[in-house]
Design a protein around this ligand. Structure first.
Ligand SMILES: [Zn+2]
Length: 195
């Protein structure tokens, strides 16, 4: 028996269906599929997504807390190959009713906060979660991982050879071989110092 038992819903496009939310606190699970979600696919997500949801209705609104897990493949900045791992992001969504039709995400000045406010009209039955999940992945994960290298210049994450990094030589840096010649030119340096 899983924690969520039969309270699991499969919505490939990862939506919060308001018909699955009653008037009491509820816990359930939503399952989605990364391949159905272009924004997540673009970030490198692949395969199934699982959102563990807890919804708490209040008099005027509905607070929905969730943890969304899935798998993501990122380009290793060392070897330029794929690194695949699990991700988990947490979201809090405050759902407020409004009289007009349609769904409206309220702009929040502070993007780093994982709380969202969405206002829904009487016609709205589903709240899409894709964009909020994509935003939290971008905010919480380094999408350009740069793993450490071992002494043989191999990536510690994947073991592949690192792509050589070309570091530009600063223009004001004098080639050390010329430094000695320059020192000879200067009357007050190099050679013997008289006291
Ligand atoms: Zn690597």
């Amino acid at each position: 028996m899983t924690l969520f038992g039969q309270n699991s819903y499969f919505y490939p496009v990862l939506v919060l269906s308001l018909s699955s939310i009653g008037t009491e606190t509820a816990e359930f699970q939503i399952q989605g599929q990364s391949e159905e979600l272009p924004e997540l696919l673009e970030l490198g997500c692949a395969g199934p997504l699982t959102a563990k949801v807890r919804s708490v209705p209040t008099v005027t609104s509905l607070l929905v807390e969730m943890a969304v897990r899935g798998s993501i493949s990122l380009d290793c900045a060392r070897c330029l190959d794929k690194l695949t791992g699990a991700f988990e992001v947490r979201l809090r969504i405050l759902v407020e009713r409004k009289e007009e039709q349609g769904l409206e995400w309220m702009e929040d000045g502070d993007q780093a906060i994982e709380e969202y406010v969405v206002r829904i009209g009487p016609d709205v039955m589903e709240i899409p979660l894709e964009h909020a999940v994509a935003e939290q992945i971008i905010l919480n994960y380094n999408l350009h991982p740069l793993p450490s290298l071992d002494e043989k210049n191999k990536c510690l994450q994947c073991g592949r050879e690192s792509v050589p990094v070309i570091t530009p030589i600063p223009k004001d840096r004098v080639d050390p071989r010329w430094e000695k010649l320059q020192a000879l030119k200067r009357p007050d340096s190099g050679g013997e110092k008289k006291k």
